[in-house]
Design a protein around this ligand. Sequence first.
Ligand code: NAD
Length: 287
Amino acid sequence: MARILDGKVIAAAVKQDLAMEIAQLREKEVQPKLVVVLVGDDAASASYVRSKERMARELGLEAEVIKLSADVSESELMRQIELQNADDSVDAVLVQLPLPEHIDTDWVLMGVDPTKDVDGFHPQNIGRYAIGSPLVWPCTTAGILEILERANAPVAGQTAVVVGRSRIVGWPTAQLLLAHNATVVQCHRQTRNLAEFTRQADILVVAAGQAGLIRADDVKAGAVVIDVGINRVDGHLVGDVDFDSVVQKAGAITPVPGGVGPLTVAMLMKNTVRLARIRRLTKEDER
Ligand code: NAD
């Protein structure tokens, strides 16, 4: 029976460490600030933004939400982002996705100052994945590492298989595992014989958005299984991994809900603090 990696417990530990770190920064008169730009009135996006704002305040971060109407022009949105780029009190800028269809998301993400790119989606940060050191890793990817580290699961030398190669989760996660010296296989929709790869994984990360994609037969005994998927089936949230069968075979597994999800917002806060440290503290201060 696998060890259950409880994301709520891990997120609580991350938040506790962060609250202390933020209090210490405030003693040095550094007040980290996150700005979230929210376009339109999509209910899910508004609720994600509220939870980000709530957690920021809870931890002692300053948080501001800039709300723009769904029909905002691309140039007005860019102007708002540029104002945040130029504002020295702002450490981190997040543009809540998805954006309305008339807006070119890639163009907008390129407009965020790379040193304030808290989601790690700016091409400059993406380019830095190649040298294994972006200023920050995207929040879900960073959360996966946090889970592995806090579970004392070794990464270096392990065979890691990542199912999914999206820009938001799968691809950066594979890059992060490689940067931590795992041997990485990246699978995607066109991978033939997926199970041949997943069965070799010491660490299996599944981020495909397909309920029940991975079953016990697809997993090596004792593997660490990180299920990123969020799917609604018959009114319930489930992951991409068939939890009930895989939990009997894996060595450790994240549940859905309550696994990777709770870490994602906590890592946004951690990334904000990291960007504030990089921008505001000299090497001397950090000693
Ligand atoms: P996406 O649709 O952008 O990408 C899915 C990826 O999975 C693609 O690369 C695709 O090629 C691959 N894929 C799909 N079906 C496959 C199959 N049958 N075999 C192999 N590969 C397959 O999705 P995304 O944004 O990367 O999100 C993936 C899942 O993770 C979704 O369920 C999403 O809701 C969830 N998610 C969770 C969090 C969190 O915080 N827990 C954050 C982001 C995304």
